[in-house]
Design a protein around this ligand. Structure first.
Ligand code: AMP
Length: 282
């Protein structure tokens, strides 16, 4: 496992792989890796011959007052975990290399997919994500890039961006990996104390209940949304940021539950904001 800290080394290595005719896969992450990230890496190793995992806590996707400074970081442990996979390279750039002084170029994403959910509660977040992912795409020039369904809105935005900016890259979605008790794995779970960790199970439970109601025939969106909200509110420590149901194709509004729907929730426990979601096909 090689660790590159510079853009130049990474660019050269990726180019060399492509010249050898290898299929290059990229897995963008912010590090502090867990089994969710490793599922992406394993899928990349399955589909590609040369795999780069980027580890970069991207400052431009954090808003003022968010957790950029305290976001957990442990490159040595990340490397150990990645050594259990067939990934070839860790790309761990320094912020001043990615964003030198006077940096002025950003990728703006607009529209219905971007304006809702995390786009509404974290202004500028997806501009930072689109910018860093575009930079990683241009540095690594992968054939395929791997993203988790855990960040459902993010992967939708990246698919659209890749299409609209003509990145010749296949975007691969990987299903959500959960802890045995159902909590979606997240680097931010380490922020939770024991009681918050226990109550955080309510995200998956609410999504599960709502899914069961739909599968049992409920088609009234307001009824399903109420079920989501009331289940989450049954946890005294939970503070809902959003609990919404949209079309899974383009996050357009629905009046009835029909087609593929995305149920997405963001809930705060103390200072920790967790997200989760479920796709249901009717
Ligand atoms: P992050 O390091 O949180 O920015 O995540 C990097 C990538 O891993 C993103 O594409 C996430 O969607 C994905 N990811 C994070 N947690 C999970 C999970 N529990 N299951 C599947 N993918 C995940």
């Amino acid at each position: 496992m090689q660790v590159f800290h510079t853009i130049k080394q990474t660019q050269e290595w990726c180019l060399e792989q492509k010249m050898k005719g290898k299929r290059v896969g990229l897995v963008p992450t912010m590090g502090y890796l867990h089994e969710g990230h490793l599922a992406l890496v394993k899928e990349a190793c399955r589909q590609c011959d040369a795999v780069v995992v980027s580890i970069f806590v991207n400052p431009t996707q954090f808003g003022v007052g968010e957790d950029f400074e305290r976001y957990p970081r442990d490159l040595a442990k990340d490397k150990e975990l990645l050594e259990t996979t067939r990934a070839d390279v860790i790309f761990a750039p320094e912020a001043p290399d990615m964003y030198p002084a006077g940096y002025d170029t950003f990728v703006e994403v607009f529209g219905e997919i971007t304006g809702k959910l995390c786009g509404a509660s974290r202004p500028g977040h997806f501009r930072g994500v689109a910018t860093v992912v575009s930079k990683l795409f241009l540095i690594c020039q992968p054939d395929a890039a791997f993203f988790g369904q855990k960040d459902a809105q993010q992967v939708m935005i990246i698919e659209k961006m890749a299409r609209e900016l003509n990145f010749p890259i296949t975007i691969v979605r990987v299903p959500i990996v959960r802890e045995p008790d159902g909590l979606a794995m997240s680097s931010r779970n380490v922020y939770l104390d024991a009681e918050q960790r226990q109550q955080a199970l309510v995200l998956n439970q609410a999504l599960q209940k709502a899914e069961q109601a739909i599968l049992a025939g409920e088609r009234d969106l307001a009824v399903v949304k109420k079920l989501l909200v009331e289940t989450i509110e049954s946890s005294p420590l939970a503070e809902i940021d959003y609990a919404e149901i949209y079309s899974a194709e383009d996050l357009s509004n629905l009046d009835l539950i029909k087609g593929r729907v995305l149920m997405a929730v963001a809930v705060k426990f103390g200072g920790t904001r967790l997200i989760d979601n479920r796709l249901v096909e009717v």
